[in-house]
Design a protein around this ligand. Structure first.
Ligand SMILES: Nc1ncnc2c1ncn2[C@@H]1O[C@H](COP(=O)(O)OP(=O)(O)OP(=O)(O)O)[C@@H](O)[C@H]1O
Ligand SMILES: [Mg+2]
Length: 215
């Protein structure tokens, strides 16, 4: 079972958006997926309530229940657990990081988002976890993307797939769907499938390196 958390203390950067669309994309590959919502705002849970399907399974829990929820997920043989976290420095953030094999850090290519990331990175490093930045809400093309990639590259690994600002993300979420269900042939769906493939690959490599003491 692979555990991935979506974390950053910067609010509104795209944690919930990535988590729900990735969870659906993962489920569509035939995997058993559990989504844990650790955010009091419960945005992911609201999306789940709007959904007709009850997969990927979503449970809203508090930080103190995380360990128990993960044990239960392991017993139930989930392949993936994706954790949505609050956009504030709360116990939920550190708890999610502590239990993850990979932390995904969404970041808009804006000075405010970039300035906020070192705090999250510090926590991840302190807990000895692997992390990758994903640029979100980007313009389709802009020098800002390259600049952001270079800036974040100093702090850690940057995912080569960028998530562009697109209405499809919001419209799919509003309909209780993932973009890969809402507009399977659309650009947003292609981005999310590519992102999920990249994350899946990366977590496998990270775990192999750790388990063979190469990391
Ligand atoms: N790629 C995108 N294209 C269009 N809108 C987006 C995209 N990513 C996020 N948004 C929108 O930006 C807003 C914030 O995104 P989201 O809720 O995913 O951020 P968050 O990091 O979970 O925020 P919080 O810290 O408050 O939990 C939402 O209204 C969401 O629909
Ligand atoms: Mg959120």
């Amino acid at each position: 079972m692979h555990i991935i958390s979506f974390v950053t203390q910067k609010g509104g950067s795209g944690k919930t958006t990535l988590v729900i669309h990735c969870a659906v994309a993962a489920m569509q590959t035939g995997a058993r997926v559990l989504l844990l919502d650790l955010d009091e705002q419960a945005t992911a849970e609201a999306w789940y309530q709007d959904r007709e399907s009850n997969t990927p399974q979503l449970i809203k829990i508090g930080a103190t229940d995380l360990e128990k929820a993960l044990e239960a997920a392991n017993t139930k043989k989930y392949d993936w657990v994706l954790i949505d976290t609050p956009g504030r420095d709360e116990p939920g953030q550190a708890a999610a990081i502590r239990h993850s094999h990979l932390c995904v850090i969404p970041c808009r290519p804006s000075p405010a988002d970039m300035k906020a990331t070192p705090t999250t990175v510090e926590t991840i490093k302190r807990l000895g976890k692997a992390a990758a930045f994903v640029l979100t809400q980007t313009p389709p093309r802009s020098y800002r993307i390259k600049e952001a990639e270079q800036g974040l590259g100093v702090l850690g690994m940057v995912c080569p797939i960028h998530i562009v600002m697109r209405n499809a993300y919001q419209d799919a979420q509003g309909a209780g769907l993932g973009v890969t269900e809402f507009e399977p042939e659309g650009k947003a769906a292609a981005e999310i499938r590519a992102l999920w493939e990249w994350i899946g690959n990366k977590v496998g490599k990270v775990r192999y390196a750790k388990e063979t003491n190469l990391a």
